[in-house]
Design a protein around this ligand. Structure first.
Ligand SMILES: Cc1cc2nc3c(=O)[nH]c(=O)nc-3n(C[C@H](O)[C@H](O)[C@H](O)COP(=O)(O)OP(=O)(O)OC[C@H]3O[C@@H](n4cnc5c(N)ncnc54)[C@H](O)[C@@H]3O)c2cc1C
Length: 482
């Protein structure tokens, strides 16, 4: 039961309808899109930066952790309150404060949904480039905290390349700006330090984003391959030829079968892999690039290359990719999405290893991913309600992450470390590296009450539980009926 005095103090800051504290209501906030769980003591929905600052000061007086949350679509347990405390849900701060078309920037609040920004910008002939596949739901604040990517980040870069400035609330409640309206500023670039810091350094309350002009022309190609190896080679060949598509995505056979049953996008379920490639820019150069991509795919053995020129045709080609993650729900009641990055040339080798891990543990694994970036997303289908399955799936996931690291890659391309992958940080970083990062955290938030239990691996004396043990505890957790 949440402390009544705390509830009253929070209500005094944000109003009665801005605080959620009934146990059954708090359950809604105990998870994100991963399989981790954790309950906050109270959920607060601020509408202004000043309210955020006051809540942070109050939490400090009560020695409580503060966890920011956007839409809760995170895939590494970032928004889960690992140590309880106050959850700041930012979704009521969703205004577009300014569109400066001349200087190609916009000032927005962090709870704004990613796709809503581009929709508002289209009358100006502009858009915001980073487009996570969750863009219909995820917030700009969550994107900043995770340094989110998306299908179109291959050519344009991820969130950090599109954020000019941030207004943030620090651990003592101070409100400060990092960066601003211009691209380069003197002194340490603390803005980039904040991007990807997963809510552990400060709470983001305003964002100045860089905007791009909508391209004059866009062409989408769907190349169908009988062998995954051919598709992987085509990825390297396209980029090796000096062509940088706006998007270069791959779907494997397991994904396509699920997609066809759910979305009927016309992807051939008997093929081993398809590539979805988008080129954009000025009309002449786009036609030339599309032709070159088609020739490369055919040379690499594509059995068929479909081309979409009109918005309707392009949308039809994308339909399967956009509906892929939802369609995977047909494979099993739960799925566990992994996020690892490997050098592009290692894709065939690592994908072979991924399927072998699936066979070893008896789980179907569907791969749908940003192939151009070498950013793999194996999706392990399983049944969370079966005892022991959560533990087993985490073990399989760990083996896949290890494959990525051993191939010269790393443990996340865009979803962050969160709770889920902090046990693997030691595979990449030495104790000295981790200590240097901790010092940065201490410099920002000396009591480390912003989103504790994230990014850093548990230490022997911290009394924290490793992911695998947590999963076992969670799978034994009794059902709560409301
Ligand atoms: C179907 C699906 C597809 C996805 N596709 C992609 C993809 O293509 N690319 C990609 O990068 N990700 C993808 N994701 C993951 C996820 O959508 C992104 O990580 C997204 O950025 C999370 O935004 P959110 O608003 O849901 O944040 P949440 O999940 O609510 O929070 C994520 C992290 O951000 C922190 N946070 C949130 N708001 C703030 C704030 N205002 N200040 C400080 N910290 C804050 C939280 O504490 C947490 O650590 C996908 C997820 C799903 C479910």
């Amino acid at each position: 039961m949440t402390d009544r005095k705390l509830v009253r103090e929070l209500q005094a800051i944000v109003g009665r309808d801005g605080v959620i504290h009934a146990p059954e209501d708090l359950l809604v906030y105990e998870y994100d899109a991963t399989i981790e769980r954790g309950l906050p003591e109270a959920v607060v929905l601020p509408t202004t930066t000043e309210q955020v600052s006051q809540v942070v000061k109050l939490a400090r007086r009560h020695s409580l952790p503060v966890v920011a949350r956007g839409a809760g679509t995170g895939l590494s347990g970032g928004a889960i309150p690992a140590a309880g405390g106050i959850m700041l849900v930012m979704t009521r701060m969703k205004r577009i404060l300014e569109i400066d078309a001349e200087n190609r920037l916009a000032v927005v609040e962090p709870g704004l949904v990613n796709l809503d920004l581009s929709a508002a910008l289209s009358p100006y002939g502009l858009y915001y480039a980073p487009d996570p596949s969750s863009q219909k739901a995820c917030t700009l604040g969550g994107n900043v905290a995770e340094n989110a990517g998306g299908p179109h980040c291959l050519a344009y870069g991820v969130t950090t390349n599109h954020v000019l400035g941030l207004e943030v609330v620090l651990a003592d409640g101070q409100i400060v700006w990092l960066g601003g309206r211009t691209a380069d500023r003197p002194g340490y670039d603390l803005r980039t330090l904040l991007i990807g810091s997963e809510g552990t350094l400060a709470i983001v309350t305003k964002i100045i984003v860089r905007l791009l002009p909508l391209p004059e022309a866009t062409v989408t190609l769907l190349a169908i391959f009988d062998e995954m190896e051919q598709a992987s080679q085509a990825v390297s060949a396209i980029i090796g030829k000096g062509i940088l598509p706006a998007a270069l995505e791959m779907l494997d056979k397991v994904t396509m079968r699920a997609v066809e049953e759910a979305v009927h996008a016309g992807y051939p379920p008997d093929a081993d892999a398809v590539l979805l490639i988008e080129v954009e820019g000025w009309q002449d150069s786009v036609d030339e690039q599309a032709e070159a991509v088609r020739a490369i795919c055919e040379n690499m053995g594509a059995r068929e290359v479909r081309i979409g020129f009109t918005p309707a045709d392009r949308e039809a080609l994308w339909a399967g990719r956009k509906g892929a993650l939802g369609a995977l729900g047909r494979l099993a009641p739960s799925y566990y999405i992994l996020d690892g990055t490997v050098p592009r040339s290692k894709l065939p080798q690592v994908l072979r290893g991924v399927y072998q891990v699936g066979e070893k543990y008896g789980f179907p694994i569907a791969n749908v991913f940003h192939a151009g970036d070498g950013n793999l997303h194996p999706n392990i289908a399983f049944d969370e309600s079966q005892p022991g399955q959560a533990e087993k799936v985490l073990k399989a996931g760990a083996e896949i992450m290890r494959l990525c690291v051993d191939a010269g890659g790393t443990i996340t391309g865009e979803h962050g470390v969160g709770m889920e992958k902090r046990d693997f940080m030691r595979w990449i970083f030495s104790d000295d590296d981790l200590e240097a990062m901790r010092r940065i955290q201490v410099a920002f938030a000396s009591e480390q009450r912003f989103n504790p239990g994230k990014i850093f691996p548990p230490t022997e004396d911290s009394g924290e539980t490793a992911s695998h043990q947590r999963a076992v505890i969670q799978s034994q957790r009794p059902d709560v009926s409301i």
